[in-house]
Design a protein around this ligand. Structure first.
Ligand code: HEM
Length: 233
């Protein structure tokens, strides 16, 4: 039986999914992402990540929402905005430890987005896809982060912005994207921008790793005398 998957080159969402797959796999497996998934990330660095993401969301959301471009207007809905969630969560995780390299990489994204907004606002929809799609993996991350910090879902509201399942919102986003982007040429620009966004965000995560020992093992909880080491009483 053939396992080949067919991709529709006339579907911008198919192209985004498959053509940015290598970039997604890279951002998912950089040491910073692994430390989040394995509960090994110091909380002050998680707070720094929220601050970097707040800067990026702020720049992108404003650029898309205020654009005169017809495709941007057709795709953007105010409920996609997540800056208020990030601001809220930032107040819940204590002091942040922001490495200079992460701040520099974040400002590089802001500059890049502002250039796109001036020259090719429609391409910003590729960047928006990257942040909107990240809600899917966020359902895995929010559990890892809650386990690591014991903070509860309120402190992770960024990852709950679409509720229990992000699928209905993502499906509606996909439909708006397909209807708004109908030529090969504009799909090319959107896919290229999405790849660029993944690369830039990967640079931020690499910057956020500065000074951390990414190979450090998780410190096991000390087991009290007479207690079962497997947590059964
Ligand atoms: C940190 C660890 C991450 C994990 C474990 C993860 C996991 C996932 C999973 C399970 C999906 C759903 C795949 C599918 O249904 O086909 C997904 C989709 C996606 N993720 Fe991630 N992800 C991570 C990080 C990120 C980051 C940092 C971004 C970008 C900021 C991102 C952007 C996306 C996008 C755009 C999609 C949608 C793919 C599509 O078009 O269907 N992910 N991720």
């Amino acid at each position: 039986m053939s396992t080949a998957t067919t991709h529709d080159k006339n579907s911008v969402m198919d192209r985004l999914k498959w053509e940015t797959r290598p970039a997604h796999d890279r951002i998912e497996s950089v040491p910073f992402s692994m430390m989040m998934q394995e509960g090994r990330l110091p909380r002050a660095r998680f707070a720094a990540k929220l601050a970097c993401w707040l800067t990026v969301h702020g720049a992108l959301e404003a650029a898309v929402a205020q654009s005169d471009d017809a495709a941007c207007a057709a795709v953007w809905v105010d409920s996609m905005a997540r800056t208020s969630h990030l601001r809220h969560d930032l107040c819940c995780h204590g002091d942040m430890d922001m490495p200079a390299a992460a701040a520099t990489a974040t400002l590089r994204i802001v500059k890049w987005l502002s250039g796109l907004a001036d020259t090719d606002p429609r391409a910003l929809l590729g960047c928006l896809y990257v942040l909107e799609g990240s809600k899917l993996g966020g359902t895995i991350l929010r559990k890892c982060l809650d386990d690591a910090y014991g903070c509860g879902p309120d402190a992770l509201s960024y990852f709950w912005a679409s509720g229990t399942s992000p699928m209905p919102d993502f499906k509606a986003f996909k439909e708006r994207m397909e209807a708004a982007l109908t030529t090969d040429e504009e799909r090319d620009r959107v896919v290229a921008a999405a790849s660029g966004m993944f690369e830039h965000l990967t640079d931020v995560l690499e910057g956020l790793l500065e000074g951390l020992d990414s190979a450090a093992a998780v410190e096991p909880e000390p087991v009290g005398e007479g207690k079962c080491p497997f947590g059964h009483g």
